[in-house]
Design a protein around this ligand. Structure first.
Ligand SMILES: [Mn+2]
Length: 294
């Protein structure tokens, strides 16, 4: 293996050059407003590193997904920026990729990086909605003095476009009040873990609530911490690998997924299972999106 190759799944130029690639991997190593464990800035590099050991053949969908072409862009220089500057940078970089006809995939970094991306997608796809997988609602208007704290990301996104949240199991009174204050035509729909436990057809509820164009934002803490311990704010009772894959497969089949992000990986030194988990999730989701249309 070529140790100097810093591309996702260590793809050679033939499948990773900007010109030929359909997908563009962005890296936003930002970690400024996290509130518990810090370290998400090293998430993107850990995912890229783990991805080198992925099998190129996807045995669930029986495809060599890399053949769509996957370009890996240099990490964005966001580490020292204020949250506002970082969001502006992510926005302009995402927009540039969309204008070039690429399918952006962003690796975080803390969850606030998603705000800039969603702004760029909204400009490109005016009828877009966001599917937000997370243990937390992230609907606070302000947290620790910032409106761009990672605990406010869904609130900011809801000001851009409609949002369907899945997997929540921790909410503040303020966020609960915000959700119940929404009238008919609510911009934020939440399918929390209790809805999932009570509703056998919960996945249909999710897909039926989404617009035709969908951006997916995956906070890795949506998964159970037994499977995904490398997150900054772990919550017990999370979703399983196959449970989330089933949802993503359905959404990719029924809707037009136009981009996604995977955020909040907070690598644990010596524990590579979580990094590899994130890398495999990304590759599998790309497979669903590019080969799984009905
Ligand atoms: Mn979260």
């Amino acid at each position: 293996m070529d140790e100097t190759n810093k591309n996702f799944i260590a793809l050679p130029d033939e499948y990773s050059s900007f010109k030929k690639a359909k997908v563009a991997i962005m890296q936003a190593p930002y970690d400024k407003t996290t509130t518990y464990i810090h370290g998400t800035a090293s998430g993107p590099a850990a995912i890229i590193d783990a991805s080198r050991y992925l099998e190129l053949y996807d045995d669930e969908i029986n495809q060599e997904t890399f053949k769509i072409g996957i370009h890996t862009a240099e990490p964005l220089e966001v580490e020292k920026l204020s949250p506002e500057e970082m969001v502006a940078k992510v926005y302009s970089s995402t927009l540039e990729l969309l204008k070039a006809g690429k399918f952006p995939v962003m690796l975080g970094g803390e969850h606030s990086v998603s705000v800039g991306a969603v702004k760029a997608f909204k400009e490109t796809y005016p009828d877009i909605s966001v599917l937000h997988l997370d243990a937390h609602n992230d609907l606070r208007n302000e947290y620790f003095g910032s409106k761009l704290n990672h605990g406010c990301v869904a609130r900011r996104i809801s000001e851009i476009c409609p949002l369907v949240q899945v997997g929540m199991r921790s909410i503040s009174k303020e966020e609960k009040d915000f959700l119940s204050s929404q009238g008919p035509g609510a911009k934020v729909k939440t399918i929390d873990v209790y809805d999932i436990l009570d509703t056998p057809m919960w996945k249909d509820k999710v897909t039926n609530s989404l617009a035709e164009n969908v951006y997916i934002s995956i906070d890795l803490d949506v998964f159970d911490p037994a499977l995904m311990p490398a997150v900054g704010t772990p919550e017990p009772g999370g979703l399983g690998w196959y449970e989330v894959l089933d949802l993503l497969r359905d959404v990719a089949k029924d809707k037009k997924v136009v981009g996604f992000d995977v955020v909040e990986l907070c690598p644990i030194k010596g524990q590579v299972a979580s990094d590899f988990f994130a890398a495999k999730l990304i590759y599998r989701l790309l497979g669903y999106i590019f080969y799984g249309k009905k």
